[in-house]
Design a protein around this ligand. Structure first.
Ligand SMILES: Cc1cc2nc3c(=O)[nH]c(=O)nc-3n(C[C@H](O)[C@H](O)[C@H](O)COP(=O)(O)O)c2cc1C
Length: 224
């Protein structure tokens, strides 16, 4: 073992097996209620709720603990308008030219198109950036390990925290997303990862009737 500072494991809790079953089942039914929403209300959401969800995201494991993510929280109407215009321009290209027939067929059951009114209606857009490398105050580059996996994990926790708080999200990926660096003034060393739309559902909001895979389809158990 190298000589590095350690602390006693903080906050770990063991539960009796029956309680473990109840807890994991309760968590499953909580996350199973989450749905990607595409019709948002403009009702305001207090900013501290977003801040706490971001701190939850920041607990994600990351390669070499380098926490290679940055979140830009947009609530201003002017910036949202710019993002909507740029995203819709990319999406029009995507649906008309860039998407392969297979991709368009996969999107068909979701009923999505290039119109993105929720980018202005929802109270928050959280642009998630992946830091390809870090930067010390003196300008030295710090290599990041597994930034994609790490940022994906942090985003999953963010989506789950917002859902747990009673908010809805849309994971939006207008392709390409470079316009987010320009509009939000982020450096080239950061790659836009996705744009999370956050808020309350619009009254009477509906979602696609989708199916989730079964345990047998998603998992294999090797006991030997
Ligand atoms: C990486 C990623 C990118 C996505 N991009 C879009 C998108 O650009 N537009 C959209 O309407 N939905 C997008 N989605 C949402 C998916 O369509 C949605 O998660 C999927 O249909 C399952 O539905 P559910 O989230 O309600 O379970 C994306 C999801 C992920 C994980």
């Amino acid at each position: 073992m190298t000589d590095h500072p350690t602390i006693p494991l903080p906050g770990y809790r063991e539960y009796p097996v029956e309680e473990m079953r109840e807890r994991v089942a309760a968590f499953y039914s909580e996350v199973a209620r989450r749905r990607t929403l595409r019709e948002f209300s403009d009702r305001a959401v207090p900013r501290d709720i977003i801040e706490t969800a971001l701190m939850a995201a920041n607990t994600a494991p990351s390669g070499a603990n380098l926490q290679p993510w940055h979140f830009v929280v947009v609530s201003g109407a002017e910036t949202k308008k710019k993002i909507r215009a740029a995203a819709e321009a990319e999406e029009r290209e995507f649906y008309a030219h860039r998407a392969s027939p297979e991709w368009l067929a996969a999107l068909e059951p979701l009923g999505t198109d290039s119109s993105k009114p929720f980018l202005e209606a929802a109270p928050y857009l959280i642009a998630v950036f992946l830091q390809k490398h870090g930067m010390l105050p003196d300008g030295t580059r710090v290599k990041h390990y597994y930034p994609t996996e790490s940022t994906g994990l942090a985003t999953g926790i963010l989506i789950t925290a917002l859902h747990h708080a009673g908010l809805a999200t849309l994971t939006h990926t207008p392709s390409p997303m470079k316009f987010l660096n320009e509009i939000l003034g982020r450096p080239k060393s950061e790659r836009p990862f996705l744009l999370l739309v956050v808020g309350y559902p619009a009254e009477g909001a509906r979602v696609p009737d989708i199916k989730r895979k079964t345990l047998d389809e998603i998992a294999t158990f090797v006991d030997a």
